[in-house]
Design a protein around this ligand. Structure first.
Ligand code: COA
Length: 268
């Protein structure tokens, strides 16, 4: 595993990561821990949180796992109070809690559509809004986790596309409003990342996995560390003039189909 950042880069910083007990978000938490940050993880399941906290503590980090659903604003507010009571003001907030499944629009109930909007989009508003009173100002970095669905329409993903497009615009609006206080707000849009629940759901078979990899310019899934390293960069003064931007970490997925068939010019 290549380490491109100086040890101790995030020493003395505190990061609050919603959705942090698993997947890409836990990968970000682990990277932050390796670089010296204190961590607060928020997720629904206390057992998963306890396991994630143990992983971070084994890396030498101070870590706290707080259970709440991002759809419950009052609970999120309470969890931010607890986080700042323990660690003081918060330097980094990652909003990554997400829910998704493949379903055609006519296979979705109104509640199915609303559930994904509630978790992804309203959950991101709730986390960022509730964080405001606890942020280090100036200096805090807020990072939303978006996805290619926020820009590219996809079949069976009306709910996720609508939610992620909303997250992209929310990121930009908050960046506008909170920039004067020295709070930066950006988003990362991960492409296909290996070893995640999301990819297990979206490309569940070896055939669908191989087909997807064959369409990527870089011809492989990314890793959780690829996403985490972008989050580290956004959290540091190296990104001090960066706000309201959406960063693809996607092996070129956003560029379109890079399969040999698509790139070979037709013979005349
Ligand atoms: N197709 C169509 N509708 C679906 C569905 C599917 N595959 N999965 C769930 N739904 C619908 C349910 O039928 C329900 O609607 P209804 O009340 O009209 O029947 C609605 O979504 C809510 O489902 P429920 O299971 O009660 O919600 P939940 O809050 O317990 O779970 C989910 C939220 C559905 C997003 C669940 O998949 C989840 O918890 N995911 C978190 C993990 C995850 O998705 N990770 C991947 C991140 S990219």
């Amino acid at each position: 595993m290549t380490n491109v950042f100086l040890p101790g880069l995030l020493a003395g910083k505190t990061a609050f990561i919603a959705g942090g007990s698993s997947g890409i978000n836990l990968g970000i938490a682990e990277r932050f821990a390796e670089l010296g940050a204190n961590l607060v993880l928020l997720a629904r399941n206390q057992e998963k949180l306890d396991a994630a906290v143990a992983v971070l503590q084994a890396k030498g980090a101070q870590a706290l796992g707080l259970a709440a659903d991002v759809r419950d604003y009052a609970a999120i507010e309470q969890r931010f109070n607890e986080a700042s009571q323990k660690f003081g003001t918060l330097d980094i907030v990652v909003s990554g809690a997400a829910g998704n499944f493949l379903a055609p629009a006519i296979g979705l109930s109104a509640n199915g559509f609303k559930t994904v909007i509630d978790i992804d989009l309203i959950g991101t508003f709730n986390v960022f809004r509730a964080s405001w009173e606890h942020l280090t100002k100036p200096g805090a970095s807020l990072i939303a986790i978006s996805a290619g669905q926020g820009v590219h329409p996809m079949p069976f993903q009306a709910h996720a596309c609508a939610a992620k497009a909303g997250i992209n615009m929310l990121t930009k609006c908050l960046a506008l409003e909170w920039g004067p206080a020295g709070v930066r707000v950006n988003a990362i849009s991960p492409g296909p990342i290996g070893d995640t629940e999301g990819m297990a759901r979206l490309a569940p078979t070896p055939e669908s996995t191989a087909a997807l990899k064959g369409r990527l310019a870089l011809r492989d899934y990314g890793t959780k560390q690829d996403v985490a390293d972008m989050a580290v960069f956004l959290a540091t003064p190296g990104a001090g003039y960066v706000t309201g931007s959406i960063f693809n970490v996607d092996g070129g997925n956003d560029l379109g189909d890079a399969s040999a068939d698509a790139l070979t010019p037709p013979r005349h």
